[in-house]
Ligand binder design. Structure first.
Ligand code: UDX
Ligand code: ADP
Length: 480
């Protein structure tokens, strides 16, 4: 029986291994992690991450051919194929600070693999890493190998949160990079055989190691660039009276461009986009390509500009101050159908409002108060370290309350900011909300989900990203 072990039971490792276990009943899959609470949660009824369809898959396989354990060394030593899916934070100190990936966790995982292995192994990079990481890991493994052979593969994961299970069951492609040697080709074939149990062969692409690593960074950079492009257009639409949804629709009808991923928003978030682009920028700079680095930097700058612009709209519309005013934030996760808050634009928006003296009342159906307080008090990039290395009880940010109901969040508020596109925010009783708010009552829709006409009829002053401006806002332009 083939044995797979995955180091790192996070957003990537957990769902990916669950689907491999589901589709390959003859393979034994162990997911290991140093975090005891995380593994306990994977073994309980309350999984550590919210992902539609995940619970179902886990329940079908757990205890049969899917196991979650903290006994990292045992499962690593027994495995034939080891996936590594550990944290890769952005460095905050030293060489490459603010851009380069910190490979501390990767390196310690690699050293541990070398230490405990007694048979040949295939080691698969699953978490996104900078190009040439495989080479570094290969060196650690071979220099400590005691005669054991390791083959390194890069198998980047393209799943998006919120649709992870569907993405894993029907991937657009599976990418496997490996050495162009007989041993490398054999390892690629072994991993291909796993995916071939449910993915059509023509969707499994084999490349060299560097191409696979770079393709992941490139794909995320292209996707983020689309959002920054449409967000840049949204600012122009507001200035000129065009409607960004109409522009996106018209542009997306061109089959060369396509309709997906063209929704203007308060900004992109998530654990990957910014981090991967920063990596790309760093690699370009290290390779003497400042023009290419600057090109990609602009994608992040426009994203930051969009978040600032949103805060400025809120403040300028409300007589240039939100000091002492209650603002309701609806949604905190970086997108709907996930409880993940990593790099969510809500952090920057809430910090901006708090900076101007607002009292912020936050409601998100999947994010806990503890997580929100952590996010608002943590330093940039600190989120990307294992849980046990993060502050246990962050100092609560005053002026923030976290509630479990949109109606409570909006009661007596002066304004509402919609920061995540949760479906339930489309069908709230906005008349009831209006009746319980201070007047004039404002809605700032950072995800373009509300019916603007209907809300204006109720009496709200409404701002929607990239849409023709409310007459009120025209008189109070945001100084970006
Ligand atoms: C992304 C990639 O899509 C995935 O392939 C990769 O494996 C990991 O990074 P993820 O970050 O989970 O996935 O979610 P994604 O759906 O890409 O959304 C990222 C951010 O962009 C979210 O904040 C989302 O709200 C925002 N977004 C997305 C927009 O603002 N507009 C859009 O049109 C699409
Ligand atoms: P991703 O979104 O890429 O899955 P996460 O941060 O959700 O990232 O998951 C990474 C996981 O890796 C964390 O649960 C962390 O505890 C775990 N981890 C980090 N280093 C090690 C290690 N050396 N051994 C085992 N698990 C590790």
């Amino acid at each position: 029986m083939v044995k797979i072990c995955c180091i790192g039971a996070g957003y990537v490792g957990g769902p990916t291994m669950a689907v491999i276990a589901l589709k390959c009943p003859s393979i034994e899959v162990a997911v290991v992690d140093i975090s005891v609470p995380r593994i306990n949660a994977w073994n309980s009824d309350q999984l550590p991450i919210y992902e539609p369809g995940l619970e179902d898959v886990v329940k079908q396989c757990r205890g049969k051919n899917l196991f979650f354990s903290t006994d990292v060394e045992k499962h690593v030593s027994e495995a034939d194929i080891i996936f590594v899916s550990v944290n890769t934070p952005t460095k905050t100190r030293g060489l490459g600070a603010g851009k380069a990936a910190d490979l501390t966790y990767w390196e310690s995982a690699a050293r541990m693999i070398a230490d405990v292995s007694k048979s040949n192994k295939i080691v698969v990079e699953k978490s996104t890493v900078p190009v040439k990481t495989a080479e570094a890991i290969e060196k650690i493994l071979t220099h400590n190998s005691k005669g054991i052979h390791f083959q390194i593969l890069s198998n980047p994961e393209f799943l998006a949160e919120g649709t992870a299970i569907q993405d894993l069951l029907k991937p657009d492609r599976v990418l496997i990079g490996g050495r162009e040697t007989p041993g490398g080709r054999k390892a690629i074939q072994a991993l291909k055989d796993v995916y071939a149990q449910w993915v059509p062969e023509d969707r499994i692409i084999a490349t060299n190691l560097w191409s696979a690593e770079l393709s992941k960074l490139a794909a995320n950079a292209f996707l983020a660039q689309r959002i920054s492009s449409v967000n840049a257009m949204s600012a122009l639409c507001e200035a000129t009276g065009a409607d960004v949804s109409q522009v996106s629709h018209a542009v997306g009808k061109d089959s060369r461009i396509g309709p997906k991923f063209l929704n203007a928003s308060v900004g992109f978030g998530g654990s990957c986009f910014q981090k991967d682009i920063l990596n790309l920028i760093y690699i370009c700079e290290c390779n003497g390509l400042p023009e290419v680095a600057n090109y990609w930097k602009q994608v992040i700058k426009v994203n930051d500009y969009q978040k600032n612009r949103f805060v400025n709209r809120v403040v300028s519309s409300m007589f240039n101050t939100v000091s002492g005013k209650k603002i309701a934030a609806l949604g905190f996760a970086f997108k709907k159908d996930t409880g993940d808050t990593r790099e969510t634009p809500a952090i920057d928006v809430c910090k901006g409002l708090l900076g101007d003296g607002a009292r912020v009342s936050i409601y998100d159906p999947q994010v806990s108060e503890d997580q929100i307080q952590r996010d608002l008090s943590m330093n940039k990039f600190d989120w990307d370290h294992p849980l046990h290395l993060q502050p246990m009880s962050p100092t609560a940010v005053k002026q923030v309350s976290v509630v479990w109901d949109a109606y409570v969040a909006t009661k007596d508020a002066h304004g509402i900011c919609i920061l995540t596109e949760w479906d339930e925010f489309k069908t709230l009783d906005y008349q009831r909300i209006y009746d319980n708010m201070r007047k004039p009552a404002f809605v700032f829709d950072g995800r373009n989900i509300v019916n603007v006409k209907k809300l204006r009829e109720i009496g709200f002053i409404v701002y929607s990203i990239g849409k023709p401006l409310d007459p009120w806002l025209k008189d109070m332009p945001a100084m970006a």
